[in-house]
Design a protein around this ligand. Structure first.
Ligand code: NAD
Length: 487
C-alpha cells in the first residue's frame, strides 16, 4: 500500500522550520525518504547545510531575547500542554507517517505518538515545579540556587524512535526555557517535521523550536560545532557520539550522550517463567530489534535453561514479519544498508545453535528490508553476536550456573544501558540491582512500559547524562548560586 505522505502534511517537506515558519533550505541538495516496507520513494526533504544551521541558531538566540525568553514557567507549561493535546489529536496521522517512514508496525508507531504526547503532558505539569534551594550559610547571609536555561540547545536524534526521543529531549529542554535546534535523522524525519508544525499550531513562540533536516556529516556536524549552541543532546551510535563529545569539548559545552546497548535479562531458577516470557521476547524484537534498550541477551540459570529456550522458541515460531501498515509483530529494518549490516552479523553465527525463527508473511515483498527474527542458544558470552549491538531482531540465550557468574556475564560488555532480573528472591533482587552495570535495572519486568517519569541513560559506552523524568530537567538547566550578605 503506497502512503501519499505529501498529501497528509500541511507544509512543504523540502523546507526547514526556522523562526516559527517554514522556509526553503539554503542548500540545493535533497534527500529522498523511502518506505522501508517496499523501498518506494515517499518524498524529498531538505539536506540542510551550515547556513541553515546558522539561521536556526540565530532564530533560537533571538527567541531567548524576545517573547520566549520572557515566558514564565507557567506559560511554558501551558504551551507544552497545548502541544501535547495537539499530538493526541494527531496520533493517527503521526502513526501513519512513522509507519511509512521508519517501517514501524502501525500499533508500535501509535504507541510512540502516545508516548510523545505523554512526555509533553508530563513536562507541561513539571514546568513550574522545578526549583532551587535555600542553603544554610554564615550568619548574615541568605544563599539560594536558581535553575536557569543553558540557552540554545542542539538536539541530534536517530531514526528508530524519533517521536519518543524528541519528546524526552526537546520536551525537557523547552520546559526549562531553552530554545532548541533539532536535527532529525536523514533516514526518517517526517514526524519530526510534523512535530514542528504542531508546535507552530500550539502557539510556541517563534524560534523556540527550529528543525533543520539533513545528513549527519553536514547539518549534524554544523550543529554540534556551532559556537552559539550551549548544550548538546545526542542519541545515536557510539562512533558518532564520540565525535559529538569531541565537538562539545572544543566549545566547552555540556553534552548528553544516549548511545547503544547490549542489555541483558537474567532469569533465575525461581523466576515465574510465564510472567517473564512476553518481556523476554518483546524486548528483543520490538521495532525489529532496532531499539537502544533492546534486550538482545537472555541469561538463564541452568535449572530452567531448556524450559526457557523452548518457551521462547514457541513464541518465535509465531512471530510474523511484514509491511508496517499491515501491523504484524515485526516490520522491516530501516534501510537496505541496515539489512546488510544485520545479515553481516548473521553470517557469523556458525558457532551458535539456531533454535527458532519467525515467519515472513506473503505480503512481504523482496523490495522491503525484511529480516526474520532469530533466536540462538549461545554458550560463549564472548561471541560476537553476544557482545556487539546488532540493531536487528536477534537474541542469544546464554546459560549460567550461579549469581556471581550471571553478574559477570551481564556486566561483561562495553555497554550498560538497561538490565532486568527475574527472581522471586527478594535479597537477590536487591543485591543485583546494585551489582548490575546499567542506567536502569528492572525487577520482574522490563522497560516498565516506557515510563516517561523514570530517568534513563547509560554507563560505559551506552553514554552519560540522563533524560526522562525530572533528572532531564536538571540536565537541561544550569545551577546558579546566589549569596546575599545582608548582615
Ligand atoms: P547515527 O549515530 O548514525 O545517527 C544518529 C544521528 O546523528 C542522526 O541524526 C545522524 O544524521 C546524526 N549524525 C551522523 N553523523 C554525524 C556527525 N558526524 N555529526 C553530527 N551528527 C551526525 O545512529 P543511527 O544509526 O541513526 O541510530 C542507531 C544508534 O542509535 C544505535 O547505536 C542505537 O543504540 C542508538 N540509540 C540510542 C538510544 C538511547 O537512548 N541510548 C536511543 C535510540 C538509538
Amino acid at each position: 500500500m503506497a502512503t501519499n505522505v505529501k498529501a497528509l502534511l500541511p507544509f512543504n517537506t523540502e523546507h526547514c522550520f526556522i523562526g516559527g515558519c517554514w522556509r526553503p533550505s539554503q542548500s540545493a541538495e535533497r534527500v529522498v525518504l523511502h518506505n522501508p516496507s517496499n523501498a518506494q520513494a515517499l518524498c524529498q526533504i531538505a539536506a540542510g547545510n551550515a547556513d541553515d544551521i546558522d539561521a536556526a541558531v540565530a532564530a533560537a538566540t533571538n527567541a531567548l531575547q524576545t517573547e520566549w525568553g520572557g515566558y514564565s514557567a507557567l506559560q511554558r507549561g501551558r504551551v507544552l500542554a497545548r502541544m501535547g493535546q495537539l499530538v493526541t489529536d494527531n496520533v493517527e496521522l503521526l502513526a501513519t507517517l512513522e509507519a511509512a517512514d521508519v517501517g514501524k508496525p502501525l500499533s508500535q508507531a501509535r504507541a510512540d505518538a502516545i508516548a510523545l504526547a505523554r512526555y509533553l503532558e508530563f513536562y507541561a505539569g513539571a514546568a513550574d515545579k522545578v526549583h532551587g534551594e535555600t542553603l544554610p550559610y554564615l550568619d548574615g547571609y541568605t544563599v539560594y540556587t536558581l535553575r536557569e536555561p543553558h540557552g540554545v540547545t542542539g538536539h541530534i536524534v536517530p531514526w528508530n524512535y524519533p517521536m519518543q526521543i524528541i519528546g524526552r529531549s526537546v520536551g525537557a529542554a523547552l520546559t526549562m526555557g531553552n530554545a532548541c535546534v533539532l536535527k532529525p535523522a536523514e533516514d526518517a524525519c517526517l514526524t519530526a517535521l510534523m512535530f514542528a508544525d504542531i508546535a507552530r499550531q500550539a502557539g510556541l513562540p517563534d524560534g523556540a523550536l527550529n528543525v533543520v533536516p539533513g545528513i549527519g556529516e553536514v547539518a549534524g556536524a554544523a550543529l554540534a560545532s556551532h559556537p552559539g549552541v550551549k548544550h548538546l543532546s545526542f542519541t545515536g551510535s557510539v562512533g558518532v557520539g564520540e565525535a559529538i563529545q569531541t565537538q562539545a569539548a572544543r566549545n566547552i559545552v555540556p553534552v548528553t550522550l544516549e548511545l547503544g546497548g547490549k542489555s541483558p535479562q537474567l532469569v533465575f531458577d525461581d523466576a515465574d517463567l510465564h510472567e517473564a516470557l512476553p518481556f523476554l521476547v518483546n524486548a528483543g524484537i520490538q521495532n525489529a530489534g532496532q531499539t537502544c534498550s533492546a534486550s538482545s541477551r537472555i541469561l538463564v540459570q541452568r535449572g530452567v535453561y531448556d524450559a526457557v529456550l523452548e518457551l521462547m522458541a514457541e513464541k518465535y515460531r509465531g512471530l510474523r514479519v511484514g509491511p508496517a501498515e499491515a501491523d504484524y509483530e515485526l516490520g522491516p529494518l530501516i534501510s537496505a544498508e541496515q539489512k546488510k549490516r544485520v545479515e553481516g552479523y548473521l553470517a557469523q553465527d556458525t558457532l551458535l545453535d539456531l533454535i527458532a525463527q519467525g515467519v515472513l508473511v506473503d505480503e512481504a515483498t523482496d523490495e522491503g528490508y525484511f529480516v526474520v527474527p532469530r533466536l540462538y542458544a549461545c554458550t560463549d558470552p564472548q561471541h560476537v553476536l553476544a557482545q556487539q549491538e546488532i540493531f536487528g531482531p536477534v537474541q542469544v540465550v546464554i546459560p549460567f550456573d550461579d549469581e556471581a557468574q550471571a553478574v559477570a556475564i551481564a556486566n561483561g560488555t562495553e555497554f550498560g544501558l538497561v538490565a532486568s532480573v527475574w527472581t522471586q528472591n527478594g535479597a537477590r533482587q536487591m543485591r543485583l540491582a546494585k551489582k548490575l552495570k546499567a542506567g536502569q535495572v528492572f525487577i520482574n519486568n522490563y522497560g516498565a512500559g516506557g515510563g516517561v517519569e523514570l530517568p534513563f541513560g547509560g554507563v560505559g559506552k551506552s553514554g552519560h547524562g540522563r533524560e526522562k523524568g525530572f533528572e532531564a530537567l536538571y540536565g537541561f538547566s544550569t545551577l546558579k548560586t546566589v549569596a546575599a550578605k545582608h548582615g
